[in-house]
Ligand binder design. Structure first.
Ligand SMILES: NC(=O)C1=CN([C@@H]2O[C@H](COP(=O)(O)OP(=O)(O)OC[C@H]3O[C@@H](n4cnc5c(N)ncnc54)[C@H](OP(=O)(O)O)[C@@H]3O)[C@@H](O)[C@H]2O)C=CC1
Ligand SMILES: O=C[C@H](O)[C@@H](O)[C@@H](O)[C@H](O)C(=O)O
Length: 318
C-alpha cells in the first residue's frame, strides 16, 4: 500500500471500520472540479482512505470522479478500500426526502453505497438554498424521530454502512437515542485545542457515540475559520520542542483524545505532513499547557444561517 498506514476504529452499528484520519473536502474558496479531483488522487497516494464530503460542499462529484480515476489507475484495487462519509443537507431533512437525498448523493459520487451518512446540522430548511444566510421563514426545528427513521431506512436499504450525526449537542443526541432502533455511530463536531468539547466528549463516551473532530486546525484560511491555531504561541512552542509543526501538534492532540479526525489540505506537502502524527507523542507538560488554553467556539450555525432565534438557541447548547 502506498503512503502511511492509518489505524481504524470499529463503530457501533457500522459494518466497516473507519480510518481515524480522514481527508476533508470542504474548501474555501470552493475548489474547481479538476483541482479537487487532483488533490484527492494525491491524498490517496499519500495513504488517505477516508474522505469526508457533503451534498452542501459540492465536492461529491469531484470525489466520485477521483475514486473512479483511482480505480482506473490502480491506486486502489476496489472501492471497498475507501471509507466515504457524506451528509444529509438541511433542505432534505424531512422523513420522505431522506432516502431520495441519499440516492442523489450516491449518484453524485458514482457509488452504490457510502460508508457513513450523517445528518449535517440539527435543523430543517423548507427550501433548497443556493446561498446563506437564509430567511427565518424557511428554518424549522428538526423532526428528530422522522429524520432518524429515514436515516435508518438508508442503512436498512444498504445505501450506507453506518449512520450518524453532525453538530448535535448532548440534548439533541439524547433525543435521537430515545427513539433510535439503530444507534448513531458518531457525532462529527468542531474540536481542536481552542474548542476542546470536554462536556460533549464525556457525554458521548458514556453513551457509546464516537466523536469525529472537524476543523482540527481551526479551519485556517477559510471563511468559517481563522489562524488562531496555526499561529498559537503555546502550540508553536510545543511544536519547536518536539521538532514538529504547530498543525501537527494540534492534530496529535486531537488524536490523543481518542477521537477520529477529518482535516483538509489540497496541498501535497501539507496533506503528507498532516499524516505524520502517528509515531510520536505529546509530553504530559504539553497536554497540561493545551488544557489551559482559553476556549472559544469557532463555527456557529448563526454565522452560516443568520442570527435567527432557533439557530441561536441551538448554538447555545453544549
Ligand atoms: N460537519 C460539519 O459541519 C463540518 C465538517 N467539516 C469537515 O471537516 C473537514 C476539515 O475541517 P476544515 O474546516 O476544512 O478545517 P481544518 O481545520 O482541517 O483546516 C483546513 C485549512 O487549513 C489549511 N491547512 C491544512 N493543513 C495545514 C497545515 N499543516 N499547516 C497549515 N495550514 C494547513 C488548509 O489549507 P490547504 O488546503 O491549502 O493546505 C485549509 O485552509 C472539512 O473539509 C469538512 O470535510 C468542516 C466544517 C464543518
Ligand atoms: O451552506 C452552508 C455550508 O455548507 C456549511 O454548512 C458548511 O460549509 C459547514 O460549515 C461544513 O463545512 O460542514
Amino acid at each position: 500500500m502506498a503512503g502511511v498506514a492509518i489505524p481504524s476504529v470499529i463503530l457501533k452499528g457500522c459494518d466497516k471500520a473507519m480510518p481515524l484520519i480522514g481527508m476533508g473536502t470542504s474548501s474555501y474558496p470552493p475548489a474547481d472540479t479538476e483541482t479537487a479531483k487532483a488533490a484527492i488522487l494525491e491524498a490517496i497516494q499519500a495513504g488517505y482512505r477516508h474522505f469526508d464530503t457533503a451534498f452542501a460542499y459540492g465536492s461529491e462529484k469531484p470525489l466520485g470522479e477521483a475514486i473512479a480515476e483511482a480505480l482506473r489507475l490502480g491506486l486502489i484495487q476496489s472501492r471497498d478500500e475507501l471509507f466515504i462519509t457524506t451528509k444529509l443537507w438541511a433542505s432534505f431533512a424531512e422523513r420522505t426526502q431522506i432516502v431520495p437525498a441519499c440516492k442523489m448523493s450516491l449518484k453524485n459520487l458514482q457509488l452504490e453505497y457510502v460508508d457513513m451518512y450523517l445528518i449535517h446540522w440539527p435543523v430543517r430548511l423548507t427550501e433548497v438554498i443556493s446561498r446563506t444566510p437564509v430567511a427565518a421563514e424557511i428554518l424549522r426545528p428538526l423532526d428528530v424521530k422522522g429524520v432518524w427513521e429515514g436515516m435508518e431506512e438508508c442503512k436498512n436499504l444498504g445505501l450506507t454502512k453506518g449512520i450518524g450525526l453532525s453538530n448535535f449537542s448532548c440534548k439533541k443526541i439524547e433525543e435521537v437515542l430515545s427513539i433510535a432502533k439503530i444507534p448513531p455511530a458518531l457525532n462529527q463536531v468542531e474540536m481542536n485545542p481552542l474548542w476542546q468539547q470536554r462536556q460533549l466528549r464525556e457525554f458521548c463516551r458514556a453513551k457509546g457515540v464516537h466523536i469525529t473532530a472537524y476543523s482540527p486546525l481551526g479551519a485556517n484560511n477559510t471563511k468559517w475559520g481563522d489562524n488562531r491555531i496555526v499561529e498559537s504561541d503555546v502550540l508553536a512552542n510545543i511544536a519547536k520542542a518536539r521538532g514538529k509543526t504547530t498543525a501537527q501538534v494540534a492534530l496529535r492532540w486531537a488524536q490523543e483524545q481518542g477521537v477520529s479526525i477529518v482535516t483538509k489540505s489540497f496541498n501535497k506537502e501539507r496533506m503528507k505532513q498532516n499524516l505524520q502524527i502517528l509515531d510520536w507523542a505529546l509530553h504530559s507538560e504539553d497536554l497540561e499547557k493545551i488544557s489551559q488554553l482559553p476556549q472559544r467556539k469557532g463555527l456557529n450555525l448563526a454565522s452560516i444561517m443568520g442570527p435567527h432565534q432557533l439557530v441561536l438557541e441551538l448554538d447555545a447548547e453544549v
